[in-house]
Ligand binder design. Structure first.
Ligand SMILES: [Zn+2]
Ligand SMILES: [Zn+2]
Length: 262
């Protein structure tokens, strides 16, 4: 292993950059995991859009916190894991020592330790998470399934992660589909018979008669025909504008053979 790796570093609001960074070094209680699968959590999407999170991640930092992978190095104090094991590590661990932890309410821990850095080739799992929240993956469970312990079902991931991210693309596609179908001329001219079935361009073209061209009616109909398209385009334009800046970020999730978007 040379001591650099590729990683997706979060710099701020919708600013994510894939770049070489140093492979993390581990201390006596830590383990180093080669990431095989890194998922995109709903929290990642929120952080990506807002550029910060109150406690979980402080940019600039390697992004991502749901992962599964192979143990490639262990600290000298680590006894419960060995090199070569397939593991899944949670992104946090409670302190075990505060008011809430003493009462068995670890989810309210005042000193929760967070770990980020899943969108990289290697990630350091700190001692506390190694001790409390790292699990060996049984042979019949895939890395992808294991990485989802923190997360969601496939359908939930589609609804909460994928759909919000692709909305700009869907909006652009919807506008183009509407324009293309609304303006359809050739097939409608050949295939439709009745006034009720024909598209507007065919109807407007019908103002060209053997007695002359009805310019007034044609112009009026053309203007009216544009109104629904304009109204629709304006109603989805905020998604289109979002897409202009988001497109740059989306590509990042596809980079790196060991990183999948889910
Ligand atoms: Zn998560
Ligand atoms: Zn605590």
């Amino acid at each position: 292993m040379n001591n650099h790796m590729m990683a997706a570093v979060l710099y701020g609001k919708e600013h994510l950059q894939v770049e070489p960074v140093a492979v993390p070094t581990i201390e006596s209680g830590d383990i180093l995991v080669r990431v095989k699968v890194a998922l995109t959590c709903g929290t990642d999407v929120k952080v990506f859009r807002r550029g910060y999170h109150a406690r979980m991640i402080v940019p600039p930092a390697v992004f991502g916190h749901e992962l599964a992978g192979d143990v490639v190095a262990i600290g000298e104090d680590v006894t419960n894991f060995s090199i070569g094991q397939r593991v899944v590590a949670a992104n946090s661990a409670p302190c075990g020592d505060c008011f809430f932890c003493h009462r068995g309410l670890e989810n309210l821990c005042e000193d929760l330790l967070f770990n980020n850095g899943a969108y990289a080739e290697y990630i350091r799992i700190p001692r506390r998470i190694v001790d409390l929240n790292t699990l060996v993956i049984p042979p019949h469970v895939s890395f992808e399934e294991a990485a989802m312990v923190d997360g969601d079902s496939r359908l939930g991931a589609l609804r909460r992660v994928v759909l919000p991210l692709v909305t700009p693309g869907l909006a652009a596609t919807a506008v183009f589909c509407l324009i293309v179908s609304w303006n359809e001329f050739l097939f409608a001219l050949v295939l439709t018979q009745t006034d009720a079935a024909m598209t507007l361009p065919v109807g407007i073209a019908g103002r060209v008669t053997q007695y002359g061209i009805k310019w007034g009616a044609m112009s009026a109909a053309a203007v009216v025909a544009m109104i629904p398209i304009l109204a629709f385009a304006m109603s989805v334009q905020k998604y289109l504008v979002r897409g202009l800046s988001l497109g740059a970020g989306l590509g990042v999730f596809a980079i790196g053979s060991s990183t999948t978007i889910l």
